[in-house]
Design a protein around this ligand. Structure first.
Ligand code: C5P
Length: 318
């Protein structure tokens, strides 16, 4: 009789203990689930990478914006890339040149990693004439990362475009000298471009292109980054649905910013009243320029949509 009573007490105790253990375990899971659910991607009011159906149809986090020593290009991407400017070399000569590149430049791109405790703000500054008289300069200077491109001038235009630059995107034919703290970001369109950046920062480059190319250039070798051809293909195919010959420097720079920034402010994009991509520092003489080989209208429409989807803040200038 006594042992029967004991038995049932033990059973009740064991049942209570099991319920408690399961409860504690489930509570732990729920807390972890909510922490995971509400873990912010960044510390800004809004983070670019946060889900949005329109954006998620285009944004592919897994495409690496920059080349690294470990990176390999697929044959199909190489074949896409070599058509951009009529490259005749082979994939193996591309790979050999990339190997040489990383004997001179850092093996991995220098990037600020995303964190829930950090807000990486970026200004992307295109070269549109709509910057003239805009007085955007102080606002541009305020960002952590300031991305400019090609020959975009600063001296004499500080009030409209600011004077800080952390990254300048260029290709050999559009190269300018940089100060010691600015990242040179190369957009390569052919194998010679990869060779150019290696030589122009060391022994000097000898070669010709469709335009004169600087044999030497000033820039900090430790801050060089090279855009991944696979990233260029992704921008062309996924973002622009293969429109135009290939994306403009400015559009690729903007998608690059979507991949490395948390909050993006966009300045200096938009054709003039005749539909030409004129620059803020010069008067355009070639009135038939339009937007060159690039799908300017689609690029601009996508920029406006990104602003509508609150993924960027767009400053249209005047
Ligand atoms: O002329 P450039 O290529 O140096 O200009 C840099 C980028 O700025 C272009 O690739 C284009 O995306 C953008 N741009 C623009 N409207 C202009 C001039 C340039 O959107 N009027």
């Amino acid at each position: 009789m006594f042992s029967e009573k004991m038995d049932s007490k033990v059973k009740i105790l064991l049942a209570l203990m099991s319920v408690t253990i399961v409860g504690v375990f489930l509570r732990g899971c729920t807390v972890k689930y909510y922490a995971y659910q509400y873990q912010r991607a960044c510390a800004c009011d809004k983070c670019v990478s946060e889900a949005n159906p329109w954006f998620m149809q285009r944004f592919n986090k897994s495409v690496e914006p920059f080349l690294s020593a470990k990176h390999n290009l697929t044959e199909s991407t190489f074949n896409w890339w070599k058509r951009l400017q009529g490259e005749r070399g082979s994939l193996s000569s591309y790979s050999k040149t990339v190997k040489g590149l990383f004997q001179v430049f850092p093996a991995r791109p220098q990037l600020e990693e995303p964190s829930p405790y950090r807000c990486r703000t970026c200004a992307v500054v295109g070269n549109s004439g709509n910057l003239r008289g805009s007085l955007y300069g102080p606002m541009i200077n305020f960002h952590d990362v300031i991305i400019r491109m090609n020959t975009g001038r600063i001296k004499g235009y500080e009030a409209d475009v600011g004077n800080r630059t952390t990254h300048r995107i260029m290709y050999p034919e559009s190269a300018v000298n940089l100060d010691n703290t600015t990242h040179l970001v190369l957009f390569p369109f052919k194998i010679q471009d990869l060779l150019w950046v290696t030589k122009a920062l060391t022994t000097g480059f000898r070669g010709t292109s469709y335009m004169p190319v600087k044999s030497k250039i000033k820039a900090n070798k430790n801050l060089v980054m090279v855009i991944n051809p696979a990233f260029m293909q992704y921008v062309h195919e996924t973002w622009l649905k293969k429109r135009g010959r290939y994306p403009s420097t400015g559009f690729m720079a903007l998608v690059m910013a979507l991949h490395i920034c948390d909050e993006i402010h966009v300045f200096g994009y938009g054709a003039d009243k005749d539909g030409n991509w004129s620059h803020y520092w010069e008067t355009l003489h070639n009135k038939k320029l339009k937007t060159g080989v690039h799908p300017g209208t689609n690029e601009y429409a996508t920029i406006l949509e990104l602003a509508k989807q609150q993924k960027i803040k767009f400053y249209p200038g005047w």
